[in-house]
Design a protein around this ligand. Sequence first.
Ligand code: HEM
Length: 484
Amino acid sequence: MTEKLTTETGQPWANNEHSQTAGARGPVLMQDYNLLEKLAHFDRERIPERVVHAKGAGAKGFFELENDMGEYTKADLFNGVGKKTPVILRFSQVAGEKGYPDTVRDVRGFALKFYTQQGNYDLVGNNTPVFFVNDPLKFPDFIHSQKRDPKTNRRTQNMQWDFWAHSPESLHQVTYLMGDRGLPASYRTMNGYGSHTFKWVNQNGEQFWVKYHFISDQGVKNMTAQAAEKAMSQDLDYLQDDLYDAIQEKNYPSWTMYVQILPYEEGLNYKWDIFDVTKVISHKDYPLIKVGKLTLNENPTNNFTDIEEAAMSPANFVPGIEPSPDKLLQGRLFSYKDAQRYRLGANFEDLPVNKPVVPVHNYERDGYMKINNQGAEVNYEPNALHGPEEVPDAALSPDSVRGETRAQPYRYQVDYTTQAGDLYRLMSEPEQERLINTIKDALGQVTLPGVKELEIKQFYEADKNYGTRVANALGMNIADIISD
Ligand code: HEM
């Protein structure tokens, strides 16, 4: 049955083709409430896009636990083999705006919201296991260098390579980005990583350090620069459309979730600083342990309410999963919800996509667009009215800290070249060749003095062959660069 057209307040709407006018030629009448409402609503349709990761696509699905993790975490979603937890997963590009082409070289976001029986747990990761910077103070500058030039409004190689060349901690991630993984063939064929080290705590209060890996069951597949350009010329939303179509065709993509687990003390003394997000932890030292399977089996019903209004936050933990001291992660704990209050409004957590599957009881009230205002429940504490009580078991586990309070860099096991070199050496010869070509095409456009040399020195430090090949590709002499 066809529904009747109504206004937003439900009154029947008589005519949606013609404005009310004084005579057939106008002018338009003030009394035309339908016209005024329609224009006024249209005028307010756009909300701020995400300050980063603005372009993306998502889907709904579930996570099924295959291996009980109770030994390491009391988190409900990881206890009880066979347990299914509903999820929403949003993939994204980092730098481009909302209408930007999907197949431009970039890191890809992999942001998960698990609707668990202990509230929402979000894991907001990427398709690479490391990141460009390891201090939150540098994040806004890093992002500015990826976005547009303030004067010309162009994206320039000058800006990004200038930042990277002067931020040696970015070398490992730059090597990933310039390599094949910078151009995934589809969202379905890329892995997802939690990237940071997180903390898991079990029922006995024992603490472990954990790294998350979501390995694509479709296999990792990337595209060449030529294929990416072709895809871009045919479909700006290439990756979004591929995901949507696969799910429509019931070709449901899935990922197997693994973790690396480090005992607490061992982790603190590991050969690399496990809280420095520019580093990976060797799979030989801490092998991947299978946890379960993540499957996407439902497209958004409405892209705005399911995906655009989704508010993923690294601060959304559940008991048994906690932050680590990783400085970058600590900065993220603040930034996401702050951005979402601005982007979606103070009560963004009431929006259907962000609402937990468990009831919410607390002493927070009111504000713009509040929906779940907890009715007649008492709104202050302490009280004699049996208002919601604290849950001491949910307290974060303690850590001991010592050291001086001041602005300071990481000091433990600082080395930004070895792991970048390891990644280079892991690549096959054709992969290395493509990496060098990509760097040549990108770094080759840089016109700022000294930037190429500075970056090449870092490639050389990571691996002599890596640095020498980039220098040769750019028609530069490595000996001159190294002797400077
Ligand atoms: C989105 C900040 C580092 C992955 C965002 C947003 C902000 C932000 C403000 C937009 C949130 C929104 O409006 O909903 C930061 C800051 C960082 C940081 C301050 C460092 C201090 C990272 C890292 C990763 C990451 C290390 C991955 C390992 C993502 C993803 C999204 C995102 C995937 C998109 C989430 C979605 O799909 O809704 N970030 N970020 N970010 N960030 Fe970060």
